[in-house]
Design a protein around this ligand. Sequence first.
Ligand SMILES: *Cc1c(COP(=O)(O)O)cnc(C)c1O
Length: 432
Amino acid sequence: MYATPVEAYGRYEPVTLKNVHEHPAYRRLPESLRRELEVAAQVLPFRTNPYVLDELIEWERVPEDPIFQLVFPQRGMLEPEAFTRIEAAMARGDRNALTEEVWRVRRAMNPHPAGQLTHNVPELNGRKLPGLQHKYAETVLFFPAGGQTCHAFCTYCFRWAQFVGDRELKFESSRVDVLVRYLRAHPEVTDVLITGGDPMVMKSSLLARYLEPLLEVETLRSIRIGSKSLAYWPMRFTTDPDAAEALRLFERVLAAGKQLAFMAHFSHPRELETEQVEAAIQNLLASGAVVRTQAPLIRHVNDDADVWAEKWRREVRLGLVPYYMFVERDTGPKRYFEAPLAEAQRIFADAYRQVSGLARTVRGPSMSAFPGKVRVVGAAEVAGEKVFVLEFLQARDPAWVGRPFFARFSETATWLDDLQPAFGEERFFFAD
Ligand SMILES: *Cc1c(COP(=O)(O)O)cnc(C)c1O
């Protein structure tokens, strides 16, 4: 049953550097903090909205507040030397020099980790298909043009480079016909993941133009939508003018015999507390969509087992299915956000232990690395050596899945590349 609309926020309007100073709580922040935000936001994308500012941030806890950390770029997200250079360029007031400095800093921040633009781009009849990614046999990613922004930006976003306005860093497609032809040529693909940005920033009519042709592809079993709209703009499913149209579109997906799998990004339990998000979830579930949840583990935002346990519990109570806990990728302000793998695994296990089996559908902590999604199962002692037990949840070669492997234990490693094979071996079995 669809929920009765709760208090409306009116039309979606972004809050950016241009108008954030109009927000009363922001104006009350110390001048030095606002200044730091404005320097960091020259480099990192900044965009939020009144719902996030008024419902999700607890302003008396700023700057430590986790949602403030989630959406407001911070001084510590830039290298000190980069921060100083940007600040100085701003003070000089030379627009061109500032732009040049900003791009220099961005290019040093590994804008496209794990070969995002160069690898996994499929071909059809010898032609590359931009806006598509095909890494794991059964799933193709599609980046629709028009869905390459979000209702608010996460400071830790691994696709941040898509949002800072350089065409050459953009990766998108407006050709759903090309996707359909690719799927017909690849019947092994059962899932299409529509991602971005956030596909739910598109008007429902545009989203329908992307989804409807897919309903005709018999080999396709599910359409996934990767989205943070439930957390950042739940009115997309309640009071927005085309909310009902989106829900009817999802109903048609179900009627066509396919699953609409909504992959919701929730970073913190607070995002699941408002009456707006509860109504939005009720509507999405009533449309027949299955909602699974995922998020990375992020220092300053959710690096706490109790926070994760509370998040998964609330998700299950609201009818959602916990799916992945990710390790933050090697990009952007990684130093600021990263947690070592050993700590991430302890946080995961401490949280997992606290929740009912219904929430133990979640898997993690998982690194989306070049060879595949690698889960840190735990630390163990084997033949006198302290090791990490690891496994592929997804792999370039499906044969690698379900085969535990071992790395030398490290208290400081933060990514697969930092790990050495255990037992004196030269290389991991999947290397080369
Ligand atoms: C995570 C991911 C998928 C989907 O993997 P599942 O384990 O099926 O959720 C597909 N493609 C890429 C590139 C991914 O990172």
